[in-house]
Design a protein around this ligand. Structure first.
Ligand SMILES: C[S@@+](CC[C@H](N)C(=O)[O-])C[C@H]1O[C@@H](n2cnc3c(N)ncnc32)[C@H](O)[C@@H]1O
Length: 219
């Protein structure tokens, strides 16, 4: 297991308090998140190749879904996530390489991987269109981008109003997380050969992020 710094890429400096607090929060809610989303993730993460690139891998919520021995290249800029991510890799017998860089610029070669995973990340990256284009760039023809992302609630709904009300505090607390991104539309227009996305509601206690999109895009 290694941690690779990529010095020529602009990686935002995580806040010295909120960075570790976010890592603690995602560890705390890991079991609950798995109870709510685990079955859906298990269905999405079938027949994975031996190597998977995971954008914004966080504290490793998805590693339990990868077969033992899978090589995971985790693109994770927040160093406070790295220790729990390594611990999760050890628990789930995943061969982990952490790249402390951003999804918009992974440093990986063109057409070099067969699967990219992004769960609850495109809300937070500074430039989601660039992150999606980067995933497409590093995927081989026939490779897939697997996503599960929270999105803007339908215009005029009570949740959309809640999202607008909470947005600035939420963005501050969760290090740039945007509640009202149209990520499904962005993915659908990103030039993938096949797009299979489903909108759904999680039905969990985190109402501002209860509207989600999940599915697979083929390069
Ligand atoms: C809400 S957490 C989700 C973590 C994990 N994917 C999950 O499903 O639990 C968002 C993660 O994206 C990371 N992140 C933020 N900006 C990023 C960027 N530009 N590129 C890659 N990851 C980023 C954060 O550090 C954090 O670990």
């Amino acid at each position: 297991m290694t941690s690779t710094d990529v010095p020529d890429v602009h990686v935002p400096t995580p806040h010295p308090v909120r960075g570790p607090l976010n890592a603690a929060f995602f560890r705390l809610v890991d079991g609950y998140g798995h109870r709510v989303l685990g079955d859906r993730k298990a269905a999405l993460f079938t027949d994975l190749p031996r190597t998977v690139v995971e954008l914004g891998a966080g504290t490793g919520a998805n590693l339990r879904h990868y077969p033992a021995g899978t090589r995971v290249i985790a693109i994770e800029p927040n160093p406070a996530m790295h220790a729990p991510l390594r611990a999760a890799a050890a628990r789930h017998h995943v061969d982990l390489e952490i790249r402390a860089t951003v999804a918009e610029d992974t440093g990986l070669a063109d057409a070099s991987v067969d699967a990219v995973v992004s769960t609850l990340v495109l809300c937070t990256v500074a430039d989601p269109a660039a992150a999606i284009a980067e995933a497409r760039r590093i995927l081989r023809s026939g490779g897939r981008l697997i996503v599960l992302e929270h999105v803007a609630a339908p215009e005029g709904s009570a949740v959309a109003r809640l999202q607008r009300t909470l947005q600035s505090g939420w963005r501050w607390a969760f290090e740039g997380c945007e509640l009202q991104r149209y990520t499904g539309e962005l993915l659908a227009g990103a030039g993938f050969a096949e797009v299979d996305l489903e909108r759904f509601r999680a039905g969990w206690i985190f109402l501002p992020v209860d509207h989600l999109v999940a599915g697979t895009l083929h390069r």
